[in-house]
Design a protein around this ligand. Sequence first.
Ligand SMILES: Cc1cc2nc3c(=O)[nH]c(=O)nc-3n(C[C@H](O)[C@H](O)[C@H](O)COP(=O)(O)OP(=O)(O)OC[C@H]3O[C@@H](n4cnc5c(N)ncnc54)[C@H](O)[C@@H]3O)c2cc1C
Length: 537
Amino acid sequence: MSTSVRQVDYLVVGSGIAGLFFALKAAEHGRVAIVTKKRSADSNTNYAQGGIAAVTSREDTFELHVRDTLTAGAGLCREDVVRAIVQDGPARIAELIEFGTRFSEREIPAEPGRHELDLGREGGHSKRRILHAKDVTGREIERALLAAVQQRPNIEVFENHLAIDLITTSKLGWPGPTRCVGAYVLAVETGQVEVFAAGQVVLATGGCGKVYLYTTNPDIATGDGVAMAYRAGASVANMEFIQFHPTCLYHPRAKSFLISEAVRGEGALLRGLDGVEFMPRYDERRELAPRDIVARAIDSEMKRTGSDHVVLDLTNRPAPFIMQRFPNIYRTCLDFGIDITKEPIPVVPAAHYQCGGVVTNLDGETGLPGLSAIGEVACTGLHGANRLASNSLLEAVVGAHRTALRCRAEASFPVDRTIPPWQTGNAVNPDEMVVVSHMWDEIRRLMWDYVGIVRTDKRLQRALNRLINLQAEIQEYYWGYTVNGDLLELRNIATTAELIVRCAMQRKESRGLHYNLDHPEPDPVLAQQDTVLRREG
Ligand SMILES: Cc1cc2nc3c(=O)[nH]c(=O)nc-3n(C[C@H](O)[C@H](O)[C@H](O)COP(=O)(O)OP(=O)(O)OC[C@H]3O[C@@H](n4cnc5c(N)ncnc54)[C@H](O)[C@@H]3O)c2cc1C
């Protein structure tokens, strides 16, 4: 039974870069509640290592950044969106710095004592344009934005509050065109479901890496935003384009530790377990080829040799440089007994980034009035069939900024009727949580085995059949038992997994991150065609 109804102007779901950046801007014009399902800093943002891409040097141009993004996106980016986001980059970087983010700087070689931003290079970028804070960029951005949020009396952060479902006027039976007016939110520590009513609801829930067995994402990444938006009737697109990061640390005790793209950018080489370099056989850009090519090359080498990993060798760079440039990677690997200044790093690919998501325009508008989506959960058209490294943090700040401007300009929608409390009916406490954890494992493994880096029509069909059965079992649990975090996330990973499979089945070609052995070539007819799914009824 619900215990409280909270009424705010803006309800933000998620406290990563997108949610926090939006909240800081919206708070100038209204009251903001941020609900976040764990602690505030638990987000993909906090794990971003490499940095944020933006044109800030004289050697670089917007045109080059646009071109690199379009090339990576393999014929599916929306060029107007790419251009707008790239051009807005420098202004948003300046704001991140104003909010307190400290990016790494270097001494200008010809001008001792003077400093400039230290720009990194990553795969697919033709210029050095990655602003970073050593190799803990996301942590630094999250720290700065959270500190800024704490100083705004207009923003209240609700930790351990997990949004269950969006509330729409049509579900409530209210008259008029359908609109999102809030969300039901589980206060995890008390088990109570609270009502948050809001004129504007903003999804900033991040990605869905946990749908896969191996992922670089932290535990929060369970596709909740995509699943909630889909259930509420919003369109979801391009979910087949899941980026697998080529280099996740392979170690029995390492859960999901990423070896950043920047390591390859600084000269690290990929080798088989026999010590032989293999990237020259796959692509002339070698280690700096786009991620999908590198991930498929590693997958193919592992399948060819039967090995369960390959290695990434940075020992060609001086030890002091490695320790200074990659302190976090150096220390973490050392904790696992690997000295990266002296020996190669064992690596495997892992699910990393969701290029598709809730369909929005540049200003975060979904098709459902009152509901916006920003950051990784949104599908704006920037990434197309493959994300260019470090473009996601950029997309998040530009999207948050533009969405805040739009929401502020829109007439506020007063939620003046009472939203009914959450109904628990005859639900009882789940007696056997082992069923839930079993289904979690089953979905993650079947997605890894059947819907991973290389797909076939048969494997996709098999995955869909299994997911449909699992969904029925999960629904039974959902309606029969009182809700808890694990059950709600299970319901969301199942929905998100099914959306990925359905999108993948619709795309009868190979393009960008979606590679299907039964349709190994891109079909020119499908260029610029998104795979859009919307719930019937
Ligand atoms: C290891 C790693 C390294 C990366 N490196 C880079 C990089 O160098 N450069 C780059 O551009 N990108 C990088 N990325 C991607 C980038 O970090 C993310 O795309 C970006 O941080 C997403 O930001 P976001 O605000 O959209 O979501 P997130 O930062 O993931 O935040 C999502 C928030 O939503 C909350 N949430 C989710 N569901 C619910 C719910 N139901 N109820 C309440 N709260 C909820 C979460 O708890 C979290 O607070 C990396 C990602 C990973 C995992």
